[in-house]
Unconditional design. Structure first.
Length: 88
């Protein structure tokens, strides 16, 4: 016995149609150099936890820009921190 397909035509067409993603700014961001990183990205770069980056900021070991809502840490500041922490 053959049973009919229970999916409606609208659903079948929707699942088969190709969805194109809207133009993404990530393609242009990949071409531009990164000047600053978020606190989470900085933690990943340094290989430490987010709270450690927070503590470093609070102690003044790393400086962040607070000109925008979220703190961003310049790449040069991360490099400075690493140079100075190794020299000590």
């Amino acid at each position: 016995m053959v049973t009919p397909n229970n999916t409606s035509t609208g659903r079948a067409e929707a699942s088969e149609s190709k969805v194109t993603a809207p133009h993404n700014s990530n393609t242009t961001a990949a071409q531009l150099p990164r000047l600053a990183y978020t606190m989470r990205e900085t933690a990943q770069i340094l290989g430490v936890s987010y709270i450690t980056v927070h503590r470093l900021l609070k102690r003044g070991k790393i400086r962040a820009s607070d000109a925008i809502r979220n703190k961003v840490i310049p790449q040069t500041e991360i490099e400075r921190f690493l140079r100075e922490s190794i020299a000590q």
